[in-house]
Design a protein around this ligand. Structure first.
Ligand code: GMT
Length: 374
């Protein structure tokens, strides 16, 4: 099938899922066209089945806000026409589903019919879509999609609660390509990050408020008082500075490494023991899945879709949002001896394997068939 994928090309989870999905579909023989404002960060290699079409938004001084949706839908119309695209898959409703709807309408005017699949990722529903400034447009464009998917049951329920949705929402969980994470332990250069006797705790996110990165630092502060440990913080975002300041205030700045955005998350995760995800909202928690596939136990909140991934007492532990004391206790339970840690690591890996791309990709292919026939 010839598929156009619209996504954010950045380090955010929705962009990562869209990119990995496109790469996997291309390997299965589909022709994939990414349409976005810059080359997606995880799209390192273009192949004969993968194309990238850049959306340019010229700066014009009259506009206080440059009209990205207009440029995106125009680019989509041009791409769909030129390449005979059969299906449009938009990731993250805002503003992609809206631009996708306009694309469909413009093409219908020329007698071209292209079905649209919209995948809801989380904050497009729970934080932004919810806002009265966006809500009518988001609800309308979700209802106008031929097929709607969400990355967890929890996100589906949130969507049905927040909006008046007339479409069925199909749950297709996020996925991982486990072959990308099969680094041998001797290739993991753990010594670069910590001493032999130190545990490594990791957090990866976009450092937005919902991630509660200060909780991450506070949990680590107490944990390192009990066991030797380092904390690796990966990502960039508005809350990063506050987390750095807190680490300084608590006198642990030498034990907390802020690495910024990285294309090598799997290298960092491969020497991690515990992944911390105390988020206030999380529709799925892709970063936790990436940690689990590298045999890292997860200490998380029980927000949103996280319990659909992290199993309490199995792959890690879940606590109420903000209950850092419980998260500290749970981290120490995992780190209490090597046998316990290894058991959690093994079970985290086994749980993550359920979300391997080979299990999830056929679900998307089924959805494409459904949309195509609609
Ligand atoms: O985590 C973020 O804030 C980024 C955001 C995105 O859309 O890029 O992530 C959302 O989508 C991810 C991929 O489906 C999910 O794994 C994240 O849980 C979700 N984030 C939130 O719901 C806060």
């Amino acid at each position: 099938m010839k598929i156009a994928i619209v996504c954010y090309p950045t380090f955010g989870g929705s962009g990562v899922v869209a990119t990995e999905l496109g790469i996997a579909l291309a390997r299965r023989g589909h022709e994939i066209h990414f349409v976005t404002y810059s080359q997606p960060v995880r799209l390192e290699l273009l192949s004969p089945n993968i194309h990238f079409h850049e959306v340019h938004v010229p700066e014009y001084p009259l506009f206080h806000y440059q009209p990205y949706e207009l440029a995106l839908s125009s680019k989509l119309v041009e791409t769909i026409r030129s390449f005979g695209i059969e299906l449009l898959h938009v990731h993250y409703a805002i503003p992609h589903a809206y631009a996708g709807y306009m694309t469909k309408k413009m093409l219908e005017d020329e007698g071209i019919y292209v079905p649209m699949v919209t995948t809801l990722h989380g904050t497009d529903i729970t934080l932004l879509g919810n806002h009265p400034f966006y809500k009518p447009a988001v609800q309308f464009s979700i209802n106008q999609s031929n097929v709607v998917t969400s990355v967890s049951q929890s996100l589906k329920e949130d969507t049905l609660e927040i909006f008046d949705i007339r479409r069925e929402i199909h749950v297709i969980p996020n996925f991982i390509d486990k072959t990308k994470y099969n680094r041998a332990p001797e290739d993991c250069q753990r010594s670069l990050m910590a001493k032999d006797d130190e545990y490594i705790l990791t957090h990866v996110s976009n450092f937005r408020k919902v991630k509660r990165v200060q909780d991450v630092v506070r949990i680590f502060h107490k944990v390192q008082q009990q066991v030797p440990a380092k904390l690796i913080m990966v990502g960039e975002g508005p809350e990063k500075e506050g987390a750095e300041l807190l680490a300084e205030e608590l006198g642990i700045e030498e034990k907390v490494l802020f690495l910024g955005n990285s294309n090598e998350v799997e290298h960092i995760l491969c020497f991690s023991d515990v992944f911390l995800l105390p988020s206030e909202k999380e529709s799925f928690g892709l970063a936790a899945l990436e940690a689990m596939i590298t045999k890292t136990a997860v200490i998380s909140s029980n927000a949103g879709g996280i319990p659909e991934l992290n199993q309490h007492g199995v792959s890690g532990y879940l606590s109420d949002v903000g209950d850092t004391e419980d998260m500290i206790r749970n981290t120490l339970k995992i780190l209490k001896d090597d046998a316990t840690l290894q058991a959690f690591k093994k079970r985290a890996y086994e749980r993550a394997c359920i979300f391997d791309i080979h299990n999830i990709l056929p679900m998307y292919e089924e959805i494409y068939d459904l949309a195509y026939k609609s």
